[in-house]
Ligand binder design. Structure first.
Ligand code: FAD
Length: 456
């Protein structure tokens, strides 16, 4: 049985560990040059920053995942630097070093992780604006800050974490603006205490920022990112409605995460709308099995649950694939994984309540603001399309808006603009965001040079 594991983050690494332990030699693919995924992303060769500096309280976990990945390289058919750009029944279309290769699989475990969610704040396409994840990767992988004076705007644990990491690295942080008010977070405390260790780590981040004298606004909203050729300032509104203009030369922007689930979509896995996360999530049975035979999901690709959950889910999905292939499983271990995994959703739900996606902010994106930067489609054009489809009496649907406007038709395939576009359409049509659906996944899931394919 050839099991293919796509992704070498915490989920993929643990999935491969279990498969190897069960005597298999899986194909293991990641577009990154080494394992670690997003949270444990490795720095470039030659870096002098220690694990403690790079990964803070998670340094020991990072070291464990890296060491495990190094051990598993020879025990698996390890293919780093390889993008899976398409999935067909029993075949993964990959692209590596300028060459295309179709890889056969009998079972595939998709551990493709997550990405930042944005709200298109006016000015967000200016040079100097990064996603929070991008700002963090610059620091982790390249040891560079995105600017000399950085403003962080958004919501979610990553907002506070990245800002604190910048402070720790000696960067100047001009502002942290969290759209979630303090009271909203305080109300979620009981749920957050279900994982008291993680909660305490979060409080420590806030304390670090406060001690460093960083300006913090909770419950505010970004108005615009200003500048002509590059970022020069952010204009924001605080909770009392007062406006502030804060000079900066770079912005980290992010409003939670969304699953990277295009390969699951191409496989035909059904999705459901998770109202708490406000994300479309591919369905699975809790053990990683989907309704599509031989396709399994694990980690954040199956719904945002964090790195510790990803490790457990990766192992759990591998055992499911092993069992379905008719081989023996470690029943006690599977039961343990299921037990621990069952505790996670409540803590996660509390996190989502503490840092809700600011749907209204996205829905009210000013008319002139670009939502889809690949195709330069503004919020106003989307609203016009909504009016047109309404007049024509057709069902409100984000893929229809794509046909009308080209939103999501560019290089990102709607991975960035899809969620805010759906919020804008739903608001314009006066319906629930779940009713407008989601932009369907298309291959190639990420850009590849067409000439390389033509040569094949
Ligand atoms: C940018 C970013 C930064 C984050 N930083 C933190 C943090 O500091 N602390 C924290 O607690 N959480 C962080 N998170 C969340 C955390 O990364 C996840 O909860 C956790 O890593 C999930 O593990 P995973 O294995 O599911 O996915 P990931 O760790 O995201 O791993 C997925 C892997 O799949 C690969 N991949 C995806 N698609 C393809 C494809 N088509 N072809 C080939 N390879 C593919 C990616 O290169 C990646 O290595 C971050 C998330 C993001 C998006």
């Amino acid at each position: 049985m050839t099991v293919a594991v796509v992704g070498a983050g915490p989920a993929g690494t643990r999935a491969v560990e279990v498969l190897v332990r069960a005597g298999q030699r899986p194909v293991w693919i990641d577009e990154a040059p080494a394992n670690g995924g997003r949270i444990y992303q490795r720095p470039l060769a030659g870096t002098t920053r220690s694990h403690r500096d790079l990964y803070g309280t998670e340094a020991a976990k990072a070291a464990a995942i890296h060491a495990l990945g190094d051990r598993l390289r020879d025990a698996s058919d390890w293919r780093p630097g390889t993008l899976v750009w398409n999935l067909r029944p029993g075949l993964l279309d990959t692209f590596r070093a300028g060459r295309h290769e179709a890889i056969r699989f009998e079972r595939a475990i998709l551990c493709t992780g997550a990405m930042d969610r944005i709200v298109p704040v006016p000015g967000w396409t200016l040079p100097g604006v990064f996603t929070l994840g991008g700002a963090q990767i610059a620091l982790k992988a390249q040891g560079a800050a995105i600017g000399a004076r950085v403003a962080f705007l958004g919501t979610g644990p990553l907002l506070w974490l990245v800002a604190a990491q910048y402070v720790k690295a000696g960067a100047s942080v001009a502002l942290v603006l969290d759209t979630s008010p303090f009271a909203t977070k305080a109300r979620a405390t009981a749920g957050l205490l279900r994982d008291a260790t993680t909660f305490a780590k979060g409080l420590a981040l806030v304390a670090r920022l406060r001690l460093a004298g960083v300006r913090v606004i909770e419950g505010g909203a970004p108005i615009a990112i200003e500048g002509t050729d590059a970022v020069a300032a952010v204009r924001v509104r605080d909770r009392a409605g007062r406006e502030h203009r804060i000079a900066c030369d770079a912005v980290g922007l992010g409003f939670g995460l969304k699953p990277e689930s295009q390969l699951a979509d191409l496989a035909g896995v059904p999705f459901t709308f998770d109202g708490t996360q406000r994300n479309w999530v591919p369905q699975h049975d809790g053990a990683g099995r989907t309704q599509v035979p031989r396709i399994y999901l694990a980690g954040d690709a199956a719904g945002i649950a964090g790195a510790d959950a990803a490790e457990l889910a990766g192992a759990r999905a591998a055992w499911a694939a092993i069992a379905d292939g008719g081989a023996a499983v470690d029943i006690a271990e599977v039961a343990r994984l299921a037990r621990v995994l069952a505790r996670i959703p409540r803590f996660r739900a509390a996190l989502e309540r503490a840092f809700p996606y600011p749907a209204v902010l996205a829905a009210r994106t000013p008319d002139a603001t670009i939502v889809c930067r690949c195709e330069a489609i503004t919020a106003g054009e989307l609203r016009a399309a909504a009016r047109e489809s309404h007049v024509m009496g057709r069902a409100p649907e984000v893929n229809r808006a794509k046909a009308f406007t080209r939103v999501g038709m560019g290089r990102c395939q709607g991975r960035v603009c899809g969620p805010p576009a759906a919020e804008i359409l739903a608001d314009a049509l006066g319906c629930d965001v779940a009713e407008v659906g989601r932009l369907r996944g298309q291959s190639p899931v990420k850009p590849i040079p067409i000439l390389a394919l033509a040569a094949e």
